[in-house]
Design a protein around this ligand. Structure first.
Ligand SMILES: [Zn+2]
Length: 179
């Protein structure tokens, strides 16, 4: 029996004690962008929030793609979250290869070149990755300026979060006044 088959069996038990109130309109307070890595799954424990408080956007890395930006905009402006937390981590699988290496490996193992070059959003340094992500989100014109955008690296060995300071270039400076 596959894992999915077992999961479907478990779901029938789950539904027996399911609280239908959970199916009402969600009112999360914060949106978190984080990696698909299962070590990042205990967000309520990690952040001291309830499951219902958190909109979660997960990608490998995480990668802040145009799709993720679109989801952040909907989370803020339609669903009503008021803060954005970007959560990278140590020991990420996406730091263990480059996009070029992965493309070459997949072309070699499948014999099919047609999807290449695929973007996997591999990266080297989680701190620098977080900085770039903060900049990308913060500078988007449809992300409201009064919504805090903060980035962190979760240490998978200690469980601690380290905040990443944004680049100086992100400090908003007004253009010089012209007469
Ligand atoms: Zn990761």
């Amino acid at each position: 029996m596959s894992i999915i088959d077992r999961a479907l069996e478990a779901n029938r038990n789950y539904a027996k004690s399911y609280n239908p109130a959970v199916g009402g309109r969600p009112t999360p307070k914060i949106v978190v962008v984080t990696c698909m890595d299962p070590r990042l799954s205990d967000l309520p424990g990690m952040l001291g929030l309830t499951l219902a408080d958190i909109d979660v956007i997960r990608t490998g890395g995480p990668a802040v793609t145009e799709d993720v930006i679109a989801e952040l905009i909907i989370s803020n402006r339609v669903i009503g979250t008021r803060e954005i937390l970007i959560l990278n981590h140590t020991g990420c699988g996406f730091t263990t290869f480059t996009d070029e290496e992965m493309n070459a490996k997949l072309v070699a193992s499948t014999g099919d070149t047609s999807p290449a070059p695929m973007r996997f959003f591999s990266y080297r340094d989680p701190v620098e990755n977080t900085r770039e992500q903060i900049e990308k989100v913060r500078s988007h014109p449809w992300i409201a300026k009064d919504v805090p955008v903060r980035g962190f690296v979760f240490d998978v060995n200690t469980g601690l979060l380290q905040e990443v300071e944004p680049n100086r270039s992100q400090v908003v400076t007004l253009p010089p006044q012209t007469v």
